[in-house]
Design a protein around this ligand. Sequence first.
Ligand code: NG1
Ligand code: ZN
Length: 538
Amino acid sequence: MSFRDLYEQYCKQGHAYTYGTAGFRAHNSVLDTVMFTTGIVAVLRSIYLKSKFVGVMITASHNPPEDNGVKVVEPYGEMLVQNWEPIATKLANAASSSFTQLESTLQSIIAELNIDTTQLANITVARDSRESGPRLLAALKAGISVFPAVKIIDFELLTTPQLHFLVYSLNTSSQPSQVRDSTYYDHFVSIWNQLTQLYEVTELPFHLTIDCANGIGADKVKQLISQAGHMLENSLTAVNGETKTFQLLNESCGADFVKTNQTFPANCNPKPSQLYCSFDGDADRVVFYYVDGKENKFHLLDGDKIATLLAKLIADLLRDCGLSDTLKLGVVQTAYANGSSTKYITDKLKIPVSCTKTGVKHLHHEAVSRYDIGIYFEANGHGTVIFSREFLETVDSRLQETSGNEQQYKSLLSLKLLSQLINQTVGDAISDMLAVIATLSIFNLKPEDWDGCYQDLPNRLTKVIVPDRSVFVSTNAERQLLSPEGLQAKIDLLVTQFPNSRSFVRASGTEDAVRVYAEAETTESAIELATKVGELVK
Ligand code: NG1
Ligand code: ZN
């Protein structure tokens, strides 16, 4: 089919698109056009990068079932580079205007970037379990097919982090043709087995129930558990795995539901001393929780608790092998991190903490540029740990030197295995879950022991719908407003009325709303402060 015929079949006019923090995301009915143009973007990106494999993931993560979205994955598993985001936006809006507009915009981009469109493009695609996925995938493939020399690997259903991992594997493997979805399971199961054998872990110190949000993570985690064998089969149960009943996706379950409502998801029967976790719809986030035996109360173990747990293990291992002063360990958080976690990491663990803007790309950048081992998690459970090349080289060379010293050798090997158990490309619910349960097993911690390392300050996160969120401009890692004029001073004044409190306001990057966060000594004060600040914003 000609370019024009394909355009006419797949594109519609009239919608305005923006490539944001999470790529393009909207109700599925307006996404065909942007799928078509994202196919084009992926091809251009692959050719621009000398035919490297570029990934495209169709998902809307924790959003409702009728939404969908698309994002581009770089060859080494990162998110699309920032200076290509406007290109993706421009092409989508051109297609949303007319075919002539699309054609001329495409020509000018090709000329500007000096791209030879006859060269080979390698594209890897996958989607989550949404009903609109197959239709949108067809539109994406149509956009890809505009070019003469393209090779598409369609992995069909994957979690977002699986696609990131496989794109990385395709570009780094000496035999890319051998890379398939089993590559993911083989890798993580093998590392899990090596790490647990090193510590002679034969059973977990708790039973773990995994709420899969009725999303794609369900099928994938079940596959991993069955491949990992007895220990995980006996200790892990996956619930909310109804991926075929599309309207159940993220409905009263999943990481976002649990974090926002601070309660158990549907189909979960909480028992004391057992551990629970929830994935989101595309399994790139995870939060844990449990119910205590005394008050029968729900306790959330969020991204901050995951970061501190992993920070403690890594700091201990570095100390045990004498590398604390050689390799720089740091934790990266956003303004939404609970104040108690920041205090615990700084004062107790004595590990430096940086604060960045919201959005994984900002955290990732900080982790990579400041630390040899950079731990980053958003409070909502999205994050990972990045180990630098310097780390790998140091650990490998020390492993060769210290074979005589058993304790040092074990610590070094643990660090190396941990760097392989944690998905290096992007936050991954399955891999983060394995890292958490391995750490809890190594320390022999029950959920309440993990939770006891510090106590969260009571907090409230609310959303306010405003006529124009773009007037809310912030600075200082989004903790202070520059505009609307005078608003920050009013917030500061309110904060002084609540002891040990903190509050900030910022425009959401993914929703048409402004978010208000407040922390205080009591839940009542946190709610009152958030409500009062919310009123100032309206
Ligand atoms: P916005 O909508 O910009 O607050 C939300 C989350 C982020 C991140 C992105 C991407 C909060 C407060 N914000 O961003 O942490 O996960 O979505 O999905 O949780
Ligand atoms: Zn997600």
